[in-house]
Design a protein. Structure first.
Length: 221
């Protein structure tokens, strides 16, 4: 950590993580290669932020892994994130994290403990804690099964409706009108399902990204 330099954006993120209050942090001009941890702690001390809080926030920034999104047909159907903590959480800290997860997702969920492996699950939503290299590894993942079914059903309806429309053009004249009417209705219904999923899935995925990040930051603090 002593050789690490932090940019302006990283400095703002570190102080945001180090304190949840509206503490005003005095700004300084960074050096040519950014701020050192010692410089950040000096700045934080002027604002009443403990050195250890700044150091923990800086470590959490280094250990953060990007959130992964599972996509089908370009739509975000699943979200996952994991991070290596620099220590092992105590039972009390794990219990507090479970309480936070229940409050965040408005669900009681189910707890399971198997040796050093712990998990909280609610349907497809999972919060997993398992041994890592230097401490616990925290993993959060979920999948939107309802909207996934809507995407698959809408795609199937759109494809089937398209086949019926194709048949109305090249099929027997006696059934052309029925195929045209039925195919149009099915294709429109499928398109409507896909359109609703197209609107709802990005909103859902963005919300889960934010919730996962907040829970990970809580564990890192």
């Amino acid at each position: 950590m002593t050789d690490r330099r932090y940019t302006d954006d990283e400095m703002a993120e570190i102080f945001r993580r180090a304190t949840e209050s509206e503490t005003s942090v005095p700004m300084r001009e960074p050096g040519e290669s950014g701020f050192s941890l010692q410089e950040l702690q000096d700045i934080g001390r002027e604002a009443g932020i403990a050195d250890e809080s700044v150091a923990l926030a800086a470590r959490s920034l280094d250990h953060r892994e990007p959130t992964r999104t599972v996509r089908v047909l370009g739509l975000p159907l699943g979200v996952a994130n994991s991070v290596e903590l620099d220590r092992y959480l105590t039972d009390v800290e794990w219990d507090a994290l479970v309480v936070a997860a229940r409050d965040t997702f408005h669900a009681n969920g189910r707890l399971r403990v198997d040796g050093t492996f712990r998990q909280w699950t609610n349907g497809n939503l999972q919060v997993l804690l398992e041994p890592g290299d230097a401490g616990h590894r925290l993993t959060l993942r979920t999948r939107n099964a309802n909207l996934q079914a809507q995407v698959l059903g809408g795609s199937a309806a759109l494809a089937f409706g398209g086949l019926m429309l194709f048949g109305s053009v090249f099929g027997p004249a006696t059934t052309a009108q029925g195929l045209l009417t039925g195919g149009s209705m099915i294709a429109l219904a499928g398109a409507a399902f896909l359109a609703m999923a197209l609107v709802r899935l990005p909103i859902w995925a963005r919300r889960r990204h934010e919730q996962f990040r907040a829970l990970i930051e809580r564990a890192q603090r």
